[in-house]
Design a protein around this ligand. Structure first.
Ligand code: NOJ
Length: 492
């Protein structure tokens, strides 16, 4: 055959080649030393709500009050991890996890919230947990605040009262002092957006404030951001030289996809109000995003407020806040479609201030949690948005996961969810994002806040009807073991 015909023949045959020889599935290998972990939070798993001198926190009060949680369920016992932490660590070890993200219950170690009430037994629990983790080669990643504020501090105004900053500093100092020789990764706050919106604006989370949705969320965030910066500086000056650890913050963000190509400004604004609210001060310039400053000032003026409902930072405060994070912690689960929507000027609310409307694509699969649609490509977009907007920081995915109602051991849908989000995270790394680790929510089925035990995110099932709270590995736990062993997965 004349050699000139060869290319033509190949071109004709090539489309059939893939049917005869199925294409090799490419392998998504992750960088060496990539961290694979799972996460929990104190109130959601520990139980032992009044054991060994622990004080009452806002979630104890909120759940015991009744009327706020599905079936009036509580975290009184939860997964009983306070007593079963050794078994939990064995579950982690059997999967080969490199890190475990847990949170410290403030009222367990400082029952009334202040340093004067220090409770040695409560601290011992965290020393034991950390020893158990490090003894099994699992890196502890501790969150200082995952929503369970000591009740006496709430009675004094909680995150609305500026005095919370020095209480938080005292609490952090004790944690750094007592645990810092072994805990090298810290998060100050978990999802401040939820602390300040769901708890102080919407009222779904403890302490359940919903009467001032146009002011409280902003005041809460103002103090919370300062508390974060204060604790980062405390570590930086006092503990970093000897402990050599890292302190960050975990922010939650949904990807905001413009519903219409010509409405990117609305989606950008929505990202600013959710992520930029905290990320802009900490990672950019010490101040709120310009779109927030403009929107809230405009609305406040129209509503007759003497000044903007969004508080202002002094220039000293801005300098103090800017740059106070050693890595970017991000919780990401889902995506929204966003369009512009002009709200009525009378609405005094953090949500109305944004002038946006959020919807979903009806083709997106939905989890048990009504807010959670499976949109894997949102992960890649979020990570790239962080890379571009916040100076290409090291990113640690501190939560990602999916819920069902049954807690079934056969959780193929969960494997599918994690696998597709992890594939997008892999692509983001190829795009240049410096992702250093991934943390699945959650190690265990647990107390899902206002939804109680009705929504389950665990890769292990917990039988909440049995006082012994036995755990069983779901299929997803085995899948994670393989993923971690191979430090990656085959493309699907
Ligand atoms: C974020 C929160 O940090 C965690 O406490 C919660 O259970 C999960 N998302 C799932 O909703």
């Amino acid at each position: 055959m004349p050699s000139a015909r060869l290319p033509l023949l190949l071109a004709l045959l090539l489309p059939f080649a893939s049917t005869c020889f199925p294409k090799q599935r490419r392998f998504q290998k992750f960088p060496e030393n990539f961290l694979w972990g799972t996460a929990t939070a104190s109130y959601q798993v520990e139980g032992a709500w009044n054991a060994d001198g622990k004080g009452v926190n806002v979630w104890d009060t909120f759940t015991h009050e009744g009327g706020h949680v599905v079936n009036n369920e509580t975290g009184d016992v939860a997964c009983d991890s306070y007593h079963k932490y050794k078994e939990d660590v064995q579950l982690m070890k059997s999967i080969g996890l490199s890190h475990y993200r847990f949170s410290i219950s403030w009222s367990r170690i400082l029952p009334d919230g202040t340093a004067a009430s220090y409770n040695e037994k409560g601290m011992q629990y965290y020393r034991d947990l950390v020893d158990e983790l490090t003894g099994n080669n699992i890196i502890p990643l501790a969150t200082l605040y995952h929503w369970d504020l000591p009740q006496p501090l709430q009675d004094a105004g909680g995150w609305l009262n500026e005095s919370i900053i020095s209480y938080f500093e005292d609490y952090a100092r004790i944690c750094f002092q007592e645990l810092g020789s072994k805990v090298k990764l810290w998060l100050t706050h978990n999802e401040p957006f939820e602390t300040c919106w769901s708890a102080y604006g919407l009222g779904e989370d403890a302490p359940g404030y919903s009467d001032h949705p146009g002011t409280y969320p902003y005041q809460c965030a103002h103090n919370l951001i300062k508390s974060h910066a204060t604790v980062w500086h405390l570590y930086n000056i006092r503990y970093r030289p000897s402990h050599h650890g890292k302190v960050g913050i975990t922010l939650n963000v949904e990807w905001k996809e413009p519903k219409y190509a010509n409405q990117t400004a609305a989606a950008d604004r929505s990202l600013d109000f959710m992520l930029g609210w905290f990320a802009n001060p900490i990672y950019v310039n010490g101040n709120y995003p310009q779109s927030m400053i403009d929107q809230v000032a405009m609305k406040s003026a129209a509503q007759g407020f003497k000044e903007s409902r969004l508080p202002t930072f002094t220039s000293d405060e801005m300098n103090y806040i800017r740059g106070t994070s050693d890595f970017f912690g991000v919780n990401h689960y889902t995506t929204r479609l966003v369009e512009h929507h002009q709200n009525s000027p009378e609405l005094v609310s953090f949500v109305a201030d944004q002038d946006t409307l959020e919807t979903f694509d009806p083709t997106w699969p939905r989890a048990a949690s009504l807010w959670l649609y499976e949109v894997p490509w949102g992960m890649r977009k979020v990570l790239n948005y962080i890379r571009v907007t916040y100076g290409n920081p090291d990113i640690l995915v501190t939560e990602n996961g999916v819920s069902d109602h049954s807690g079934s051991l056969n959780d193929q849908f969960r494997i599918q969810y994690h696998s597709s989000y992890i594939a997008n995270m892999h692509q983001a790394i190829q795009d240049g994002c410096k992702v250093i680790g991934y943390t699945a929510w959650s190690l265990l089925d647990n107390f899902e806040w206002a939804l109680g035990y009705s929504e389950k995110f665990g890769i292990h099932q917990v039988n909440f009807m049995d006082p012994a709270r036995p755990r069983k590995a779901k299929m997803s736990a085995g899948w994670f073991r393989e993923l971690i062993k191979n430090n990656g997965q085959a493309e699907s």
